[in-house]
Design a protein around this ligand. Structure first.
Ligand code: 5GP
Length: 190
């Protein structure tokens, strides 16, 4: 998606620890026009699928998930990050290792909002080592729902997540795949 890649090149900042900061349009300030384009692109890529819910994880997945869900006229469910103290029995739960914070946390989704009749599209802002997607797909399995695939705004192709998740048989569609990045230089896969 050319408009997304242009924005990454113009505004993205590579932090020393392998993290791409795109706070200007996705992770802090959110550009609704770009989000609309992102939603439309995922709408095209998954047009032949039956989707009943878009599942993401708070916080930065919510905006692109919402614009994608709008295309399919289905709700967004976002997994909540929970501490050990506010775990809830009425929820499916999975443990996720956070790449950006380098710590484990629990994500949970109410049993009320996901069940065996659902056809789920996963959505997230970044794919790095794949732990967020694997946690979300674990929750889909627990619920008995079917997993249609995963939409990713920015995949860091030099990390292992893409290979890991695709090897699990999950269809992953990424709108921008970064091949390499260093301070001052970002290169995409074609
Ligand atoms: P993974 O679970 O695939 O290792 O990492 C994906 C999650 O970590 C995403 O939900 C995203 O919030 C965060 N993340 C991973 N890499 C980056 C990055 O380079 N920049 C930003 N802003 N978030 C990232």
């Amino acid at each position: 998606m050319q408009s997304l890649k242009r924005r990454i090149l113009e505004e993205g900042r590579v932090a020393g620890d392998g993290i791409l900061k795109v706070d200007g349009f996705l992770n802090h300030r959110i550009d609704p026009v770009l989000m609309e384009e992102i939603g439309a692109e995922f709408g095209r890529r998954f047009a032949n699928e039956r989707i009943t819910v878009v599942l993401t994880v708070e916080t930065s997945g919510i905006a692109p998930a919402l614009f994608t869900a709008r295309q399919f006229r289905v709700p967004v469910v976002f997994a909540k990050k929970a501490g050990a103290r506010n775990l809830d029995d009425s929820c499916y739960q999975a443990s996720v290792h956070s790449f950006t914070r380098d710590k484990d946390y629990i994500i949970q989704v109410s049993r009320r909002y996901l069940g065996p009749d659902d056809q789920v599209l996963l959505l997230d802002d970044f794919l790095a080592n794949g732990q967020a997607l694997i946690g979300l797909s674990d929750i889909v399995t627990q619920s008995g729902a079917s997993l249609v695939g995963a939409g990713i705004v920015i995949e860091k192709g030099f990390q292992e997540g893409g290979r890991l998740v695709r090897n699990m048989g999950i269809r992953v569609e990424s709108l921008a795949v970064i091949r390499t990045m260093s301070k001052g230089q970002i290169e995409f896969d074609p």
